[in-house]
Design a protein around this ligand. Structure first.
Ligand code: MG
Length: 386
């Protein structure tokens, strides 16, 4: 099977920085939600994912080994760098290959599987409220509003070793996998998650973006990161083969802050393009206004509806727009006038310097036509008489 991936991350509407990160390095897909003072959370989530990606590229160990190495890297940095003491991160990652996904998980980010109209949470939150829930101490409803619902019992970087949940999930065509940080799941109830995932079938990027919007719409109290994977019929690209998607990040680990900077750059570019577009439209409007003013000074005599007419403008069109309009239509037959050699060009327009000048032309045409008709009638009559 091959995979169509969508990803979105956002700072949310309350936090000042985005401490989430994601990695898209097929067949690896991962999200991490960092925590810790100052820039600790950002450092932890990025360091963890980079460690996993480096080990994966080097072919070192299993995914669980790589995550264990990531745990140690965060732990050691936390112990040696006072600026990030106590930092940690969640990590939910999947290696998707063939017809199965291998999932590893630590913390309260989540993996879901949408299959045949059912959304199933694959991972278990390593949180205090989830433990209380499983122990029957609180209800689901109480869990959702529990004051300590963000207390995490397990994260990378807290101890030299960490317990890692692992599982294999068989996949079938049409499956959709969702990896997300808790900024999504604390804001958006599962029935709404499912509705959005179903409404965006076949468009994983749109799914990711709509999920982020839904979380922000519900308040966005935390950073939100979403990876959506669609399992499709077909072969995955060969190893080393470049993906079709030229916009795929070359740096496969992306922190929320980097994503924010990238989108700020995009916004600046859009702003610049917007300014250029406004300038072009203004130039066109000014140009058209000037053209219109100039056209109003131009006059000619031409043909309208088979009659001689006075026109304002010039006898031409621009992109299908006529550059003139009739100001006065006469009762003089154009075909009769054009039969006169002098006025054969009438249809192309006879220039005039002003409206009065055009009216003079018309009167001349009328006279010349009458004279010609009189001459024809006279010579015709004379032909029969000696
Ligand atoms: Mg979070």
């Amino acid at each position: 099977m091959k995979i169509d991936a969508g990803v979105a991350t956002d700072v949310g509407r309350v936090r000042e920085g985005n401490e989430d990160a994601f990695a898209i390095e097929p067949p690896l897909y991962a999200v991490a939600d960092g925590m810790g003072g100052h820039r600790g959370g950002e450092v932890a989530s990025q360091l963890a994912l980079q460690t996993v990606v480096e080990r994966l590229r080097a072919g070192q160990g299993s995914l669980a080994d790589q995550v264990q190495a990531a745990n140690r890297a965060v732990y050691e940095r936390s112990a040696t760098d006072r600026k990030v003491t106590g930092m940690g991160t969640t990590l939910t990652a999947a290696i998707v290959a063939g017809d199965r996904a291998h999932l590893v998980h630590v913390g309260d980010s989540r993996a879901y599987l949408l299959r045949a109209g059912a959304l199933r949470q694959l991972t278990e939150d390593h949180t205090l409220v989830n433990r209380m829930l499983k122990a029957g101490e609180i209800t689901e409803r109480e869990a959702a509003v529990h004051p300590h619902r963000n207390v995490i019992l397990r994260a990378l970087g807290q101890d030299p070793d960490v317990a890692i949940d692992e599982q294999d999930v068989g996949l079938i065509e049409g499956d959709r996998l969702l990896l997300c940080s808790d900024g999504l799941t604390v804001m958006v109830p599962e029935d709404q998650l499912q509705a959005i995932l179903e409404a965006t079938a076949g468009a994983p990027q749109e799914a990711a973006e709509r999920l982020v919007r839904a979380a922000n719409g519900a308040g966005g109290i935390d950073n939100i990161t979403v990876v959506v994977l669609d399992l499709l019929e077909g072969d995955p690209p060969e190893a080393g083969e470049t993906a079709d998607d030229a916009s795929a990040p070359t740096d496969t680990v992306v922190t929320g802050e980097e994503a924010a900077e990238a989108s700020a750059v995009t916004r600046r570019r859009w702003f610049r393009w917007g300014a250029i577009a406004v300038g072009v439209v203004l130039a066109i409007v000014v140009g058209l206004t000037g053209l219109r003013a100039w056209l109003d000074t131009r006059w000619y005599v031409g043909v309208s509806d088979g009659r001689v007419a006075i026109f304002q403008g010039i006898p031409a069109d621009l992109f299908g727009f006529e550059l003139s309009h009739v100001t006065e239509q006469t009762d003089i037959s154009a075909s009769e006038v054009m039969a006169l050699p002098l006025y054969a060009e009438l249809e192309q327009g006879i220039n005039a310097n002003s409206r009065e000048d055009a009216a003079v032309h018309v009167e001349q045409i009328r006279k010349d036509l009458r004279a010609a008709q009189h001459h024809t009638a006279g010579s015709g009559g004379g032909g029969g008489t000696p």
